[in-house]
Design a binder for this molecule. Structure first.
Ligand SMILES: [Zn+2]
Length: 291
């Protein structure tokens, strides 16, 4: 009888030498989750209470844009802007699927028009213009809508004489919009330059992962650049680089800790300290405007 031959109880050995079977079997769906970093089984509500950080190993999970806004902006003060700006398909792009269909699926899944939420609100009582990326929306890629919303966010901050905070999480430029995506790098960088000319603070927060055209434009232009622990930050991914230079990359390459050591960012801040840190930084940087 064939089913007796199937090795359905085969144990997998984990990195720590324990076997997988005891831990993964009979876990009620939805109540417990297995940490993707330490493989511990943890109570989902504990993780949620802990701002989506593993209670055992401190792994920072990727979080939705709106959750990011909720944990950063003072309760009830966030006013979202430009929600209605929607993507077009100027190249009528098609690979395995039509770009239009991919967009429609991502919009349905996320309830958002594109990959970033922007708006203004208070942090520790101080008004700020903030953006957060939605990574599951086509890899948080920057097409014309993301670029336009970031530019408008900065224009709003200029008008209101406020600081800007951007939480990036992006695979880079949106290839389906071709050169129109690449133009967003120049557009957003130019907007940041105007903010700097006006002496207004811009804090860039890099979360896992921040790559490609986003890293190569506004994400690296912060007056202060913060990263969450162990976030992947770079331009091309580690696999592409290793294949190009035909060398083995060092341990922890392109992770927050590595890039801090190499001077690319100013600090690594755990999620539980993020709001306090931002509040303090804005108070310091916003001083000259008497905000
Ligand atoms: Zn963990």
């Amino acid at each position: 009888m064939i089913w007796f031959k199937k090795d359905i109880f085969k144990k997998k050995t984990l990195a720590n030498g324990e076997t997988d079977r005891d831990k993964s079997v009979r876990v009620p769906v939805g109540l417990w989750v297995k940490c993707e970093s330490c493989s511990e089984i943890i109570y989902k509500k504990d993780v949620e209470k802990n701002l989506d950080v593993c209670t055992k190993c401190g792994h920072h999970y990727r979080i939705p844009a709106r959750a990011r806004i909720d944990m950063t902006i003072d309760e009830g003060t966030f006013k979202e802007q430009d929600q209605g700006v929607s993507p077009a398909d100027p190249l009528e792009f098609k690979d395995l699927k039509k770009y239009k269909d991919k967009l429609r699926a991502a919009q349905k899944e996320s309830g958002m028009n594109d990959a970033v939420v922007t708006g203004s609100g208070l942090i520790g009582g101080r008004r700020v213009f903030a953006a957060a990326f939605e990574f599951p929306f086509m890899g948080g890629s920057m097409g014309s809508v993301v670029g336009e919303k970031i530019a408008r966010l900065i224009e709003g901050a200029l008008e209101a004489k406020c600081g800007v905070i951007i939480f990036s999480s992006s695979g880079g430029a949106r290839m389906q919009e071709g050169i129109l995506s690449l133009m967003q790098m120049a557009k957003t960088s130019a907007a940041i330059a105007r903010l700097k000319d006006a002496g207004l603070p811009y804090i860039s927060v890099l979360t896992d992962p921040t790559m490609g055209g986003v890293t190569a434009s506004f994400a690296m232009l912060g007056d202060v650049i913060i990263a969450e622990p162990k976030a992947l930050v770079g331009f091309a991914g580690p696999r592409v680089i290793a294949e190009t230079i035909k060398q083995t990359l060092p341990e922890g390459f392109q992770r927050s800790e590595y890039i801090l050591e190499h001077g690319m960012i100013d600090m690594i801040v755990e999620r539980r300290h993020m709001k306090d840190t931002l509040t303090r930084l804005l108070a310091m940087l916003g001083h000259r405007h008497g905000q």
